[in-house]
Design a protein around this ligand. Sequence first.
Ligand code: ARG
Length: 454
Amino acid sequence: MSGSRFSERQHAAFRALNDSLSFDWRLGPYDVQQSRAHATMLAAQGIISSQERDELHRALDRVEAELADGAFPFAEGDEDVHMAIERRVTELAGRVGGKLHTARSRNDQVATDVAMFVRAHAHRAFELASRVAQTLVDAAQAHLDWPMPGYTHLQRAQPVYLSHHLLAYTWMLIRDRDRFLGVAGATGALPLGAGALAGVNFDTDRSLVARELGFASVAENSIDAVSNRDFVLDYLAAAATCATHLSRLGAEIVLWSSEEFGFCEVADAWASGSSIMPQKKNPDAAELLRAKAPRISGHLVALHGVLHGLPLTYNKDMQEDKEHLFDAADTIELCLEAADGMLSSIRFSRENLAAAAADEMLAATDVADLLVRRGMPFREAHGVVAGLVRRAIEQDKALSDLTREELAEASPLLDEEFYAVLGDRAWLESKRSEGATSLARVREQLERARAALR
Ligand code: ARG
């Protein structure tokens, strides 16, 4: 074997362990772009001639087209996508292909490709999360004054409007999109030009490459540049949080779709039947939104595991960033698309939501507040109303069926207005504090959410 320091062939099992082409082919288009920019810079600095640059560019254009239409001829010995592309460029352009790797190492090359991938997919997730947030805003608008029970501990707590509940998810998705935007920003410093770790022996112009590739700046430290995968961790963290939000949404839709709740029904396009029970309509999409989140947080934890304690600079361990990143990107993008489609077509039952929200017990806090308005400390009022609730439950009757005598016994401050509070159903509209569920406040919120999404 001439031109090699090795006297033995690589063991098949080592190759299977070491080769990354089976997954890093996805970096191909970014690798071509960066190689084009690198060749441009090499010529601008007089490191290669402009004729050589043109030959390299022609070969790279061809490689790009081959990658795009699936015609790229991968070869037996290709260890990773970077070597495959360089080999192909050399096949197409001849000896000059060997000049492409001047003043570049696979270490700064791979860090650059991964940063470009993260940036593109952070922007994609930003778009998709914005779309889901917009769909939730539209759904909130369409169900503005539909009362429903709000829950704590999955026990009916206080009534809210469905719009208010849907807007809660809107704000989560708005935070998610902002996080993805931040992730895109975290990819802003160009690693390329760091060489293997110490810089290169040529008078390169890294700012030129940064401009060509849309990086805002150049990584300040060549050691950090090839060791840094923070932007992958940032992307995985943003995706994990977003997936966790979608899982809570999915979980509620699963519950609400059950016969027991009957609050909503997903469209047929987002449900499946049972192979044995003809009556079943299962909200599978919502179930899978619920289940995908730990997969993405698993990727985040796994990459922290790979990077923790890792000595500087590049180590082959870092090749393990890719499958976690790629699967997380595929998963969160699919989940966001599915969430959007499912939410766009879901139907809520005004009747069932209203019936559940009409439960008088949901007004217990409002009765306590009546006593507070009459001067009783809230803590005492809470106790008085808790006693009334117990009395009603023991007698298997509604709060409003308690007698004047029972009320007087509980507190001399309780009179006819007790019945009025229970009867006027104003338990939602009385929640007028900032961010609360009264219609006026929800309308304000809708406006703010719309503004945030503009
Ligand atoms: N396939 C490698 C990776 O994904 C590329 C970098 C290889 N660098 C090296 N020094 N072997 O990380």
